[in-house]
Design a protein around this ligand. Structure first.
Ligand SMILES: NC(=O)c1ccc[n+]([C@@H]2O[C@H](COP(=O)([O-])OP(=O)(O)OC[C@H]3O[C@@H](n4cnc5c(N)ncnc54)[C@H](OP(=O)(O)O)[C@@H]3O)[C@@H](O)[C@H]2O)c1
Length: 340
């Protein structure tokens, strides 16, 4: 099969699409012929630190496709058989507690070979029927960012209908899906992004107000649009203080990422005086993933796809991930579109 294999030599192209052996089936694992996969910031971050990766490493946490091999021939889940169209949950071996993953936890793609390939083998428990209204690109775009947004906004954030939610990095994977989840759940959504095109994108997803983070009047604009917010989501690391300042007393700030800064400084009093909760959230449990899929099905929303590239053009896909114009997910076509 073809796969995007990571090259540990830093003076050579980061990934090479080449032929590799078909993954060996394991008991209680299934093999999926991928129709599409997607890129995440995680893949790009790991590529920057790839020097120690073993030969044959294949990244990729997001994928959707068709089950082609049930491994030990047990029927692992009701309704799952060869030919079932599935999306893959990227949280491998989460463990029994919903509070946090256990010691064996992995995100698909490291070290378990990932989805930037024509085939992937994953635990049977990690494949779920594809919501029928999603095309392959949207299905592949959903898992990692979608489950992160779900856990952050709903499981950890405790979103209630009618609440006001402010979402940072609104044009990116987690932010765009957080807007959709919150809007479909009956919340009022204020999006933070940059530029007119991304503002229009956020509004199309369900934001009722958009604040431009590049404006000189950003803090005033944010206060005007988001004062009294119940819940705030920051994937960037630089929005902690602005969001703390607009939350209502007793509000919640959920943090999932450090896209723009690995360290956040806050005025301590802005946390305790307003009795604010700061909540960390990461990825999602099997319960989160199943609930996300129910929500997608019930509300018929689809993750936004910015662009699609054939697997062979994965270098261009990574470049698009870093484009300031990108809005939504970057998808890899792991089979030629004509044959899908
Ligand atoms: N903990 C987890 O489980 C988990 C899961 C997924 C992602 N993450 C993390 O969450 C972050 C976002 O991931 P993603 O996949 O949604 O994002 P992404 O697609 O990589 O995009 C990052 C976005 O961050 C915003 N941004 C970049 N620089 C910024 C700055 N200086 N100030 C404010 N915003 C800035 C931009 O959005 P706008 O132009 O719209 O503002 C940009 O598109 C990453 O750090 C990622 O590693 C964590």
């Amino acid at each position: 099969m073809k796969a995007a294999v990571v090259n540990a030599h830093l003076d050579q192209p980061a990934v090479t699409v080449t032929d590799v052996p078909v993954p060996a089936p394991k008991p209680h694992w299934v093999t999926v012929r991928l129709e599409a996969a997607a890129l995440n910031r995680l893949d790009a971050m790991m590529l920057e630190h790839r020097a120690d990766e073993p030969p044959g490493t294949i990244y990729g946490s997001d994928g959707a496709g068709v089950v082609v091999d049930l491994g030990d021939a047990l029927t692992p889940e009701p309704g799952l058989s060869v030919g079932t169209e599935v999306v893959i949950s990227p949280s491998l071996f989460w463990g029994p507690s919903d509070v946090a993953p256990g010691d064996s936890y992995e995100i698909l793609g490291s070290p378990t070979p990932g989805t930037h390939a024509e085939l992937v083998t994953v635990p049977a428990a990690n494949v779920y029927p594809k919501p029928p209204h999603l095309d392959w690109a949207a299905a592949a775009a959903l898992p990692l960012a979608g489950v992160t947004a779900w856990r952050a906004v709903v499981t950890r954030g405790g979103l209630a209908p009618g609440e006001k939610v402010v979402v940072g990095a609104a044009s990116a994977g987690v932010g765009s899906m957080a807007i959709q989840i919150a809007a479909a759940s009956g919340a009022e959504v204020v999006a933070v992004t940059v530029g007119a095109d991304k503002a229009a994108f956020a509004r199309r997803l369900g934001a009722t107000a958009v604040v431009d983070r590049s404006s000189e009047t950003f803090l005033d604009d944010l206060a005007a649009a988001a004062a009294g917010a119940d819940l705030a989501l920051d994937p960037t690391g630089v929005l902690w203080q602005p969001f703390l300042d607009v939350l209502r007393p007793g509000g919640r700030l959920v943090v999932v990422g450090k896209m723009a800064a690995p360290t956040a400084s806050v005025r301590v009093q802005s946390v305790y005086w307003k009795q604010v909760d700061i909540l960390g959230s990461s990825m999602g449990s099997p319960r989160d993933f199943a609930a996300l899929l129910d929500h997608v099905r019930d509300h018929r929303w689809a993750p936004p796809v910015d662009s699609e590239f054939p697997l062979e053009q994965i270098a261009e896909a990574y470049a698009r991930l870093d484009s300031p114009e990108r809005a939504g997910k970057v998808v890899l076509r792991t089979r030629p579109i004509a044959s899908q």
